[in-house]
Write a protein that binds this ligand. Structure first.
Ligand code: CDP
Ligand code: CDP
Length: 431
């Protein structure tokens, strides 16, 4: 799929972040703050007591650090060697003072630009920074360059209560050899000195509308009447028998192929995930389940794909990859089998393998109450109790995670998925 990428560049306090975030919200796009990556790495340099002016030492730190750029909801987040880099760390005074020195090192830029470009394969986005229109995504037709007089920008920063020598930073950013701050020739320039944030945002959105950028709604797939009917019956049954409640279904509304990764406690889980969603999804089932004629007719109409029993692993892998590559979504159960006692089990490697090979995002799902309703040990479901289905934020894996070699790398992905499932809880205020 080809995604829309919008570049917003400009000097410090020109309003890039605030405007980019609003534009991203308007279109339902991802918001990527590239400055945060330079800030995060600068914080790491200082944290490790490396001298920011010693490029060799900085590069050696870069090489031995694991830099992960991912998404939380629709916004970029950064972890270094497993530590989340918070906004407080990135806005520190010593980070402000050193970030431009670090950002002038060509090898640092090369590494971070690759991460930024990787985001462009994850979805439609708005990315802001200094060199987005000139270096990171020069091919995009949607470029803006925000500016404001130095006095206005200094005043804005001061009003934020932040100690930041932006004149010094601007000078370093625009005079460096590699990717200096400058407007792309084809960028629309906006002087924001006398405009409010709302006015600037409106201007950018208007331009994009005229250029044909539209909100991308997730593609709706046609449900067969059998899927429709079964969906309605199951939904009604889960509502009546278990007062089923769905939380954060909006997090599942992302374009393109993805895996829903759910905990597995009961035969009820596949239809629970299916009816918690608004669009049809795909399932895998052993091909022996397709033997009875009624099932061989019904299951394909319920988007269930048979897996060869004698060669289950290979065949399920191939089919599961093909489905998401076609832009569809599929349910997988990282634990592999239903839990024997209601507790979460460790993740098997399978889901990590699927993700590593397809690169699609994973939406964690946690089902509460299905074990109590219909555990492995029961022949029939109990018709009372309460069921909750909770969706987590989509996980977009970084290039490093996807390309980490071998079984261990895949297991790391599986474990991260399982952790995300385990961290989901029923929101407060619900029964
Ligand atoms: O928010 P503010 O405009 O003050 O800065 P930022 O966007 O967080 O960026 C901090 C620093 O990172 C900048 O001063 C640049 O030195 C560097 N940077 C860069 O070199 N290239 C980018 N695409 C983004 C930021
Ligand atoms: O990302 P960048 O450093 O370019 O700027 P920002 O962090 O989005 O904006 C810096 C501050 O200026 C924020 O407090 C904005 O609310 C404010 N601002 C403003 O008052 N009017 C504008 N037209 C743009 C930004």
């Amino acid at each position: 799929m080809h995604f829309v990428a919008i570049a917003i560049d400009g000097p410090a306090a020109s309003g890039k972040s605030s405007v980019a975030r609003r534009v991203a919200e308007h279109f339902g796009f991802l918001f990527i703050n590239s400055g945060a990556m330079y800030r995060a790495f600068t914080w790491w340099v200082l944290e490790n007591r490396v001298n920011p002016s010693d490029a060799t030492a900085v590069l050696s730190l870069l090489q031995r650090s694991r830099f992960e750029c991912g998404l939380q909801g629709r916004e970029s987040i950064i972890r270094i060697d497993g530590r989340a880099v918070t906004e407080d760390f990135m806005r520190r005074e010593d980070v402000n003072a050193s970030v431009s020195t670090i950002a002038a090192i060509p090898e640092v830029r090369r590494a971070l630009v690759a991460q930024q470009q990787h985001f462009c394969s994850m979805g439609d986005l708005v990315m802001e920074g200094r060199d987005i229109g000139t270096v990171v995504i020069p091919e995009t037709p949607y470029k803006f360059y925000l500016d404001a007089s130095a006095e206005v920008r200094v005043r804005r920063r001061r009003a934020q209560g932040i100690d930041d020598n932006i004149r010094d930073r601007d000078l370093k950013d625009s005079s460096r050899d590699t990717a200096p701050l400058r407007p792309a020739d084809d960028a629309q320039r906006i002087d924001t000195s006398h405009l409010t944030l709302e006015e600037v945002t409106e201007k950018v959105i208007q331009t994009l509308h005229v250029e044909g950028v539209r909100r991308r709604e997730p593609p709706r797939q046609v449900m067969s009447w059998v899927y429709n009917l079964t969906y309605a019956l199951c939904k009604a049954f889960f509502g009546i028998a278990y007062a089923m409640e769905v939380h954060h279904a909006e997090r599942a509304r992302i374009p393109g192929g993805a895996y829903f990764a759910s905990n597995h406690a009961s035969f009820l889980d596949p239809p629970l995930v299916g009816t918690a969603l608004e669009e049809p999804i795909f399932y895998l089932a052993r091909n022996t389940l397709f033997k009875p004629p009624i099932f061989s007719w019904l299951l394909p109409r319920l988007n269930t794909v048979p897996v060869d029993r004698d060669n289950a692993e290979l065949s399920s892998l191939r089919v599961s990859m093909q489905i998401v590559k076609e832009g569809k979504k599929m349910v997988v159960f990282p634990e592999g089998t239903r839990t024997p006692d209601g507790s979460l089990q460790p993740a098997q490697r399978g889901v990590g393998m699927l993700v590593a090979k397809t690169g699609v995002p994973v939406i964690p799902v946690r089902i509460f109450g299905s074990f109590e309703a219909f555990p492995r040990t029961s022949k029939f479901p109990k018709l009372d109790g309460k069921i909750h289905v909770v969706f987590g934020h989509p996980i977009h894996f970084s290039e490093e995670e996807l390309t980490a070699k071998g079984k261990a790398g895949q297991q790391v992905i599986s474990d991260r998925v399982m952790q995300a499932i385990a961290s989901l809880t029923v929101p407060d205020g619900t029964s």
